[in-house]
Ligand binder design. Sequence first.
Ligand code: UT7
Length: 325
Amino acid sequence: MIRGRIIGTGRCLPDRVVTNDDLAAIVDTSDEWISSRTGIRSRRIAGAGEFTSKLASGAARQAMAMAGVAATELDLIVVATISSEIAMPSCACLVQMELGAARAFAYDINAACCGFTYALDIADKYVRANPAMKVLVIGAETLSSRTNWEDRNTCVLFGDGAGAAVVTGDESGRGLVHSRLFSDGNLWNLLYMEGAPSLNRELVHGDGCGSYIRMNGREIFKYAVRAMGDVVTQVLEESSTAIEEVRLVIPHQANIRIIQSLMERAGIPPEKIYLNIDKYGNTSAASIPIALDEVNRAGMLASGDLVLLCTFGAGLTWAASLLRW
Ligand code: UT7
């Protein structure tokens, strides 16, 4: 059976580190509150010129170098993002330009924090149909540009960055073994971001046209634990895999307490969980590919190891994917 296999990973993070103490200087919060409630100690925040497409291209270059794939060999570029620097054309087209990937076609997807996992699933579907294809999958965000820096409920949570993977067809049994993706649009207003000012008056809210993140944190927390726990269990069951067989679980890095509750609900031992939320906060679609690249470059995965990705985000969306490395 042909599967989409990751043959290279990369990441790119802005240089600027913003600590919890830095945030305590601008909103009514503290390092103690942020680190105990979320596990976040610092995050990277993009500076001048560090646009989403630039971070995405930086991560892509690393992934392509590892994969030994030149830009001109890419067939498809899929960028998962909710924070491209422009609404149209896609961030993926900007990345195509940056890389000089003349042969590729390129488009974005919006599945919020689930974006990379959804995009990986797309890549897998393409290469199953055409195994020679080389697909560049990227999760990239500069949520700092969409954050209300006066809202302590949200501004302490998010960070900027990008992660990338090159995917191609593999017949050896390695690659994407099984995935499940879900969404429930009824819950859209638990976490959302307005677009640019609209000419459709029905979409313009009374308090202005700002396009920043709005969130009901408590409700998201509850759904996240339940949804991720259930989808992890489902993917393991449907692929006849015991958690003991999984080398590493890489969860979306949104909140350490969500991850701890997930571990309890899905019976995941702590030593199998990879965490980097303390360094980067919640980087939305970039969170899983950044973590995957860290794990990969640290040599934590051997050929044939099973890796489980699981995630949730606005939509609501949630998903899990089991990969044989
Ligand atoms: O990728 C998906 C993105 N979204 C998420 O992952 C969000 C999921 N939810 C969460 O992570 C948590 O709900 C939060 C971290 C957002 C909040 O933690 P919590 O333990 O659920 O706190 P809470 O919302 O119940 O708020 C407790 C108190 C409130 O004060 P009162 O009403 O009890 O007086 C908040 O106003 O903490 C207050 N608070 C803060 N205090 C200091 C909220 N944010 C802050 C803050 N610093 N930054």
